[in-house]
Design a protein around this ligand. Structure first.
Ligand code: DGJ
Length: 712
C-alpha cells in the first residue's frame, strides 16, 4: 500500500519498500529494499555533507535535472524557446489511488482488478515555464513497481525535450556490479556481470529496435549475490525501440541507475498544451538473489503484461518449415511435412517465409502480400483448409514492417520507407523499413495484414522484423515509429483476437516487454543449436518467463553452427518454453521418430507446468561445464528438472545439482521411480547428474510430491 506521512511516501507490498521524501519541494529518493515496518526514518537519511561541493551531489533524487548542483546524469533535459535549459521541478500535488492508468499509446503492465495495485501520481511543476512532470509509480501486490513520467507543456512556447528517462534510482552506496544481457544475432541475451567503477556504464540500442546486441535490462548486485541469495535491484523497459540503461558512480561513491528511451539521436518538440509520455520501466527488488528477481518479473509479465486469449493458455505444439525448406517448396512438400507432424502428435503447421510475391530469395517481394501462384497454385486458403482437414491448425509468417525495393509496393510508394532526402537508402537483407511514423503507412500495414488474415483460416502469425533502422529523417523518427507500430499492433491484435501472434526479429532482436504486450510469445533466437540455446535461454530467463519463449528442435549438423548434438539433448533444451520442430521430419530415422513421440508426449504432459510454474536457474552455463534449471508448480508439488553438460570430461565423477525452493519435509518421487527423497535432501544433497559419454548430454527428471493418498 502507499501512504503519505510527514512528507514521506511509503510504497510497501510483497516484502518491498520504496520511500520518497519531499524536502524543500523536491522529491528525494530515500530508500528501496526489504519491506520496512513504517516510514519513520528521521535522522537516518540526509544528503551526506561534502566538503567542497554542494549536497545535491550526493542526494538521492526521484527526478534529477540539469542546472541544480547535481552533476550526475539527469533524467530530463529540455531546451526552452529562449535557449535556457535550467528547470526546477517542485512538488505541486499528488494522488494515491487503487488500480493503474493505461499509458497513452504505449504498451504497459496493467491490473485486472483495482485492488491488485495502487498508484502514486506525483505532480511537479517548473514555476517559471509552466512545464509539468508527472511521475507515476504503480505498486503491485508482489512489490514490483511500474514507473513512468509524463511531461506536459503548460507554457506558451514549444519546449524541446532531448532526454526523458522513465526511471532514475539513487543509491548512497558503491561496490555494485552490473548484470546485463549482451549479444548479437544468433547469440542473444548472454549474461554479462562486471564491476562498476567511477564513471558511467551504459547498455543501449541505437538500432531502432531493442536489438540482439543488448536487452533493455540492467541489474545492480553486490559481488556476493548469487542466483539464490542477496539483494538485487533491477530495471527493465517496456519498449521495443532505442533505449539506454545507465549505472553511474560519482566522485562521492554514490550510484545512480537509470533506464529510458535513448537520448542518443532523440528530440521531441512539445507544443504548448501537448504532452510526452515515457515508456514504462519495471523496477524489481529481490532480497533472494537473481531467481527472486526473475520470479517477480515472470509472475508480472505472464499475467499482467501479456494479454489476450492465449495469455493463460498452453500453446500449440508446432512444426515450422523454415529450416526444412527455406524458400524452396511446393504445396506438396508442405503437406508432406505437416502430415508427419500430425502423425507425431503436433498441433500447428507454420508456413514461414517465401509464400508471397515472387520470393525465392530474400531479395524481393516484401510488401507484396499476395500468394505466390507458382509455389501455391491453389492459394493460401486451399493449403490452410488441407492442413485443417488433417487436424492441424495453420500459421503464417509475415514481415509487415518492411518493403523490398524490388516489389510492387515500393514501385508505387517509394517514399513510404524510412529515408533521408538526397541520401542513399541503405539496404540490409535487401530491404528497407516502412516509415510507421506516418499514419498512411500504418493504415496500409493494417489493411495489408488484415487482408491476408481474412483470406484464409489463419490461427497463428509469426510477425518478423529483419533489419535495424538507418537514415532516419529526424531525431523524432525512431520513437514516432514505435508509437506507430504499437498503434498498428493494437488494431490488428484487437481485430483478430483468436490469432496467436508470435514476435520475431531475426530471432531475439526485439525480445522485450513492448512486444510481449501484443504477442505472448517470441522466437528466442535464429540459433537453434542446443548448446548455444542453453546460454541464450538461460539469459532470457533472467527477465522473461518460459511461456514467452518459443523453442524448436532442428536438424543436425546445426544450420547456424555446424555442431551436432543428440536428438534427446535438442529436445531437452527446447522443452522449457513453447515447444516445436523446425526440420524436415521425413529425414528422421526410426530411433529419432520414437524419441520425437516421447518428447511430444512429455511436452503435452508438462506444458501446463511449464506455462504456469516458477522457473529457477540452478547452475549457470557461464560458470562451468554444467547448466541446470527447474520449473516447480506454485504449490511446489510438481517439479521438472533439466540438466545439461557441455563437454565430456573423461573418467570424472558424477556432479550433483541442488534443487531450490521445494517443500523441505515433503517427499518427492521421480516419475521413473529412481529417486525418492525429501525436499531438503534434494536441495542440500542434490541430484547426481550423468557422467557424460558424449558432448552435450542432457537429463530431464520429473518429480512429484508423494501424498498420503497416493500411498494408500
Ligand atoms: C528470420 C527469422 O528469425 C527466421 O526464423 C525466419 O523466419 C526468417 N527470418 C525468414 O526470413
Amino acid at each position: 500500500m502507499i501512504t503519505f506521512d510527514n512528507n514521506i511516501f511509503h510504497l510497501s507490498a510483497g516484502g518491498v519498500s520504496y520511500l520518497i521524501g519531499i524536502q524543500n519541494g523536491i522529491p528525494l529518493h530515500l530508500y528501496w529494499g526489504d519491506e520496512l515496518s513504517g516510514a519513520n526514518v528521521q535522522g537516518l537519511i540526509q544528503p551526506q555533507t561534502v566538503i567542497w561541493g554542494v549536497s545535491e551531489e550526493t542526494a538521492g533524487f526521484e527526478l534529477p535535472v540539469c542546472g541544480q548542483g547535481d552533476y550526475r546524469s539527469p533524467a530530463v533535459e529540455v531546451v526552452f524557446s529562449d535557449g535556457s535549459r535550467v528547470v526546477n521541478f517542485a512538488y505541486q500535488s499528488h494522488q494515491i489511488f487503487h488500480g493503474k492508468p493505461a499509458l497513452q499509446g504505449l504498451p504497459a503492465t496493467y491490473c485486472e482488478r483495482d485492488e491488485e495495485a495502487q498508484t502514486l501520481e506525483l505532480n511537479l511543476r517548473d514555476a517559471l515555464t509552466g512545464l509539468e512532470a508527472t511521475l507515476l509509480y504503480t505498486l503491485f501486490e508482489n512489490g514490483v513497481i511500474a514507473r513512468s513520467m509524463r511531461l506536459d507543456n503548460h507554457g506558451a512556447s514549444p519546449v524541446k525535450v532531448s532526454r526523458a528517462l522513465s526511471a532514475s534510482v539513487d543509491f548512497c552506496d558503491d561496490g555494485f556490479e552490473t548484470i546485463t544481457l549482451q549479444g548479437a544475432w544468433a547469440r542473444e541475451t548472454h549474461v554479462e556481470r562486471s564491476p562498476l567503477f567511477h564513471g558511467i556504464k551504459t547498455v543501449d540500442s541505437k538500432r531502432g529496435h531493442s536489438s540482439h546486441t543488448k536487452n533493455p535490462f540492467m541489474a545492480l548486485v553486490k559481488p556476493s549475490v548469487t542466483e539464490q541469495q542477496g539483494e538485487v535491484y533491477a530495471v527493465n523497459l517496456i519498449y521495443s525501440g532505442n533505449f539506454a540503461a545507465n549505472a553511474e558512480v560519482c566522485a562521492y561513491d554514490c550510484t545512480r541507475l537509470q533506464i529510458g528511451v535513448n537520448p542518443f539521436d532523440f528530440e521531441w518538440i512539445l507544443a504548448p498544451g501537448s504532452s510526452f509520455q515515457t515508456p514504462e520501466a519495471v523496477l524489481v527488488y529481490s532480497g533472494s538473489g537473481l531467481n527472486g528477481m526473475s520470479h517477480r518479473f515472470h509472475d508480472l509479465y505472464r499475467s499482467r503484461l501479456c494479454r489476450g486469449k492465449y495469455r493463460d493458455q498452453v500453446r500449440p505444439l508446432l512444426i515450422n518449415n523454415w529450416e526444412a525448406t527455406y524458400f524452396s517448396f511446393k504445396e506438396e512438400d508442405l503437406l508432406r511435412i505437416a502430415t508427419i507432424g500430425r502423425d507425431m502428435g503436433l498441433e500447428l503447421f507454420v508456413l514461414d517465409d517465401g509464400w508471397f510475391g515472387k520470393r525465392d530469395n530474400d531479395d524481393c517481394s516484401l510488401g507484396d502480400w499476395f500468394v505466390n501462384q507458382t509455389k501455391l497454385p491453389n492459394g493460401l486458403s486451399h493449403l490452410a483448409a488441407k492442413i485443417n482437414e488433417m487436424g492441424l491448425r495453420f500459421g503464417l509468417w509475415l514481415e509487415p514492417e518492411m518493403v523490398s525495393p524490388d516489389s510492387d509496393l515500393y514501385r508505387s510508394h517509394p517514399d513510404w520507407c524510412i529515408h533521408t532526402a538526397g541520401r542513399e537508402r541503405t539496404q540490409i537483407r535487401n530491404q528497407l523499413t516502412l516509415d510507421l511514423s506516418k499514419q498512411e503507412v500504418c493504415d496500409y500495414v493494417i489493411a495489408a495484414v488484415s487482408g491476408v488474415l481474412e483470406s484464409a483460416p489463419i490461427d497463428y502469425v509469426k510477425w518478423d522484423m529483419n533489419r535495424p533502422m538507418l537514415e532516419t529523417p529526424s531525431q523524432a523518427t525512431a520513437h514516432a515509429y514505435m508509437l506507430g507500430l504499437y498503434s498498428v499492433l493494437e488494431t490488428i491484435t484487437s481485430r483478430f483476437p483468436n490469432v496467436l501472434f508470435e514476435g520475431c526479429s531475426g530471432g531475439g532482436g526485439r525480445f522485450d516487454g513492448g512486444m510481449l504486450s501484443y504477442m505472448p510469445q517470441i522466437w528466442v533466437s535464429d540459433d537453434t543449436d542446443a548448446y548455444e540455446r542453453m546460454y541464450i535461454q538461460y539469459g532470457t530467463s533472467l527477465v522473461y518467463p518460459p511461456c514467452c519463449m518459443d523453442n524448436n528442435v532442428s536438424a543436425v549438423p546445426n544450420h547456424q553452427t555446424g555442431r551436432s548434438s543428440s536428438f534427446e539433448t535438442r529436445g531437452d533444451v527446447a522443452l522449457c518454453g513453447n515447444f516445436g520442430y523446425q526440420m524436415d521430419l521425413a529425414l528422421l530415422n526410426e530411433e529419432e521418430r520414437t524419441m520425437m513421440r516421447q518428447q511430444v508426449a512429455l511436452y503435452k504432459q508438462m506444458r501446463q507446468l511449464i506455462h504456469d510454474g516458477d522457473f529457477t536457474r540452478l547452475q549457470s552455463p557461464y560458470e562451468g561445464n554444467e547448466c541446470a534449471w527447474q520449473i516447480a508448480s506454485k504449490d511446489k508439488s510438481d517439479v521438472l528438472f533439466c540438466a545439461f553438460t557441455k563437454m565430456v570430461v573423461p573418467n570424472h565423477r558424477r556432479k550433483r545439482i541442488r534443487l531450490a525452493g521445494l517443500l523441505k519435509t515433503a517427499v518427492y518421487r521421480s516419475t521413473d521411480g529412481s529417486i525418492l527423497a525429501t525436499g531438503d535432501a534434494l536441495m542440500q544433497i542434490g541430484i547426481p547428474f550423468c557422467q557424460a559419454h558424449h558432448d552435450f548430454e542432457s537429463a530431464v527428471v520429473h518429480l512429484r510430491q508423494v501424498l498420503e493418498k497416493d500411498e494408500q
